[in-house]
Design a protein around this ligand. Structure first.
Ligand code: FES
Ligand SMILES: [Fe+2]
Length: 393
């Protein structure tokens, strides 16, 4: 059964007032969005292993991280194996429909239950290949062959270890700490929580995903999604022509960020009533959800990007496309396939990730002890100040 096709989510108050600010921005000669000050960033934050270790301990193992869309685990028994931040994680949907974050490690003598990394599969239960201890999809230890050999075994104490996982707005969130017991995504998101509800990501469908490792620090890629100065330059041959030069309005929401970037058709939006403003067609809404998620709302699909650090100079870049419904016909399917390829290979692969790797190559050359942030790049500075504060605490 197909979900009803809707092209126009109803924006909430904060999004409407941001849109109004962007229209006001068009009237100004001197941008009201620019920060009065310029700034600098110490270049060592992108390669110093001690800083990287602190970021893992104080940020990535503490805050809820977005791990994808629940539609990727559509059927009971579907699971994804992925090793992140030193934890071999298995995201599993159980028979009741609930999603669990289990450690992919047998509680007998530690064998991996699902062998591959990045593996997506479907199973009725989790059976260990070594001695066949078998776990239910919720991680409960169910059967132990030759149980008489373990007279003192308390099965209830030998279920799979887990991390706290919660589904909110269709997105799966988890805290990468096997000792954490609780997760509260709504309070972590703060004001962004209502934006995600307004943009109706919950009923979206998982369409395609490409995960790859690239040789750059995770923050270089995050920086690229928090300034719009480069859109008409770096992306001149791809998406640049769709946008107005540096016409944007953005605001920090706790550690997160919401930004609207004006598209070429924005001029006509001035004639429309506010209830007809379209956050996807008149402008491009982007959310940066601290620390490593970016969501970009295109006219008829959504890009979800996860920047998962694997070393000071390497990330696992996970690009996922969500669509408002299953493709209705071949034309729609080929349009989405072409869009995915343009973004994945062209815009992200050959432009944003390429330039981040180019920066990484020169980091230790001594050419720059610091980087300059101009007045268009104030969201980048805010992002780094937040990280700095978290590393100090
Ligand atoms: S290690 Fe898994 S059953 Fe022995
Ligand atoms: Fe970019």
């Amino acid at each position: 059964m197909n979900a009803p096709i809707r092209h126009h989510a109803t924006p909430n108050e904060p999004l409407l007032s941001l849109f109004q600010r962007m229209l006001d921005e068009m009237e100004q000669k001197e941008s009201v969005e620019w920060d009065a000050d310029t700034g600098t960033l110490d270049a060592s934050i992108y390669h110093d292993p001690a800083i990287y270790d602190k970021e893992m301990a104080r940020i990535f193992k503490r805050v809820p991280l977005c791990l994808g869309h629940e539609d990727q685990l559509r059927e009971p028994g579907s699971m994804i194996a992925r090793d992140l931040f030193g934890l071999p994680l298995l995201l599993v949907r159980d028979r009741k429909g609930q999603i669990h974050g289990l450690l992919n490690v047998c509680r007998h003598r530690g064998a991996r239950l699902v062998a591959g990394e990045e593996e997506v599969c479907r199973k009725g239960a989790l059976s260990c290949p070594y001695h066949a201890w078998t776990y239910d999809l919720d991680g409960t230890l169910r059967t132990v062959p030759g149980a008489e050999a373990f007279p003192d075994l308390d099965k209830s104490q030998r279920g799979l270890r887990r991390i706290p996982v919660q589904v909110r707005h269709g997105l799966i969130w988890g805290i990468f700490d096997a000792n954490a017991t609780d997760i509260d995504v709504a309070s972590f998101l703060g004001g962004i929580d209502d934006d995600l509800a307004a943009m109706e990501l919950g009923p979206h469908r998982f369409y395609r995903q490409h995960a790859r490792r690239r040789k750059c620090n995770w923050k270089l890629v995050m920086d690229a999604f928090q300034e719009f100065y480069h859109i008409k330059r770096l992306h001149a041959r791809t998406i640049g022509p769709f946008f107005l030069d540096t016409k944007s309005a953005g605001e920090g929401v706790g550690p997160h960020l919401r930004v609207l970037v004006g598209r070429e058709g924005l001029t006509e939006a001035r004639q429309k009533r506010p209830q007809d403003w379209d956050m996807r067609r008149d402008a491009t809404l982007t959310h940066m959800i601290f620390p490593n998620t970016v969501i970009v709302y295109h006219p008829d699909y959504t890009s979800h990007l996860g920047m998962f650090p694997t070393a000071a100079d390497e990330i696992l870049f996970v690009h996922t496309m969500f669509t408002p419904h299953e493709p209705q016909n071949e034309k729609e399917k080929s349009h989405w396939d072409r869009s995915f390829e343009l973004l994945d290979g062209g815009v992200f692969g050959e432009e944003d990730l390429f330039i981040s790797e180019q920066i990484q190559l020169g980091l230790k050359s001594g050419a720059n002890n610091d980087f300059l942030l101009g007045r268009f790049e104030h969201h980048v500075r805010r992002f780094h100040s937040h990280i700095e504060r978290m590393l100090k605490d």
